[in-house]
Write a new protein. Structure first.
Length: 304
């Protein structure tokens, strides 16, 4: 018999509804989406347009979803999408997006249309989890029909603007808990063996295999490197199992995997990955790295 590596389920057997119920009962609310995120967004209303683009509903629990737009939206200008909190536990993705809006977004008024969805997965944000209430990973669910409310709502938000986006920056983290909790949970859920991996120490980016933009990625890396360190490749020349194609950059087929960064069809797309558990990085640095990454992306696009 295989040794158990996760407290829910039987090794080698995919979860049934009973296991999902057990897993769900183990999830505890650790923080407040309303206090941490919604209150901040409400404070932006005097400087930005705020739109409620949907609602995540699980039983009696309801969370409104918000997008922030810069004022004086101009249909003649290109659009840039910024997303955070697709994985709710990746804290700097949420707060880095809010930081960018607060400190930098006004500078781009009249230059580019900014659309920022800072916390795509509020249920998971509160529980510091990768999955949603249904045990589904929203960042593998950007496809039609989507199995995740969170992903479906974001796709509806951007649908009217498809063809107008020049860039999309999706803000993420790679954490130690990926290896201790979330990858074991994924293997247990799907009835597969768990194969331990390595967590890279530092910031890196995920480019699109089908639409690589190396100069764009390196412009972001160069800017972030002034804030925090960049992840080196491991002994195999890889980061999280993918070949390093340039300093701090790997590639995934974004659309084929149902990843958020693939939803716009923009020429310039990237997924940031901050490492918040590094002894060399503080929460402040992590939030700043995300905000700097967005600024570098927008500046690159405008320079082009």
């Amino acid at each position: 018999m295989s040794q158990a590596f996760h407290p829910v389920g039987t090794p080698g057997q995919p979860w049934t509804p009973a296991e999902f119920d057990v897993w769900r009962a183990r999830q505890v609310r650790h923080r407040s989406y309303h206090e941490d995120v919604v209150r901040v967004i409400e404070g932006f209303r005097d400087r930005f347009d705020v739109s409620e683009y949907g609602e995540v509903v699980y039983g009696d629990e309801r969370h409104p979803l918000f997008a922030i737009l810069n004022r004086h939206w101009n249909d003649a200008l290109p659009c840039v999408l910024v997303t955070g909190g697709v994985h709710g536990y990746e804290t700097s993705g949420v707060h880095g997006a809010l930081r960018f809006v607060d400190l930098h977004a006004e500078a781009y008024a009249g230059k580019v249309n900014l659309l920022v969805a800072p916390c795509v997965s509020p249920w998971a944000y509160e529980r510091i989890h990768r999955w949603n209430h249904d045990g589904v990973d929203p960042n593998r669910s950007f496809r039609e029909p989507s199995p995740a409310q969170e992903s479906a709502a974001l796709m509806r938000l951007v649908a009217p603007l498809l063809g107008r986006f020049v860039a999309h920056v999706d803000l993420h983290e790679t954490t130690d808990s990926d290896e201790t909790e979330f990858r074991p949970a994924l293997a247990a859920r799907d009835g597969k063996p768990f194969e331990p991996g390595l967590i890279p120490d530092g910031f890196y980016l995920v480019d699109d295999t089908e639409n690589p933009q190396p100069e764009f990625q390196q412009a972001i890396i160069a800017a972030v490197e002034r804030v925090t360190h960049i992840a080196p490749p491991d002994d195999k020349g890889e980061i999280i199992g993918s070949p390093v194609v340039a300093h701090g950059v790997i590639r995934y087929p974004l659309k084929a995997l149902g990843l958020c960064a693939g939803i716009t069809g923009a020429r310039y797309t990237t997924t940031t990955e901050v490492y918040p558990d590094s002894p060399r990085a503080t929460p402040e640095q992590c939030n700043e790295a995300q905000a700097v990454a967005v600024r570098a992306a927008v500046d690159f696009v405008l320079a082009e």
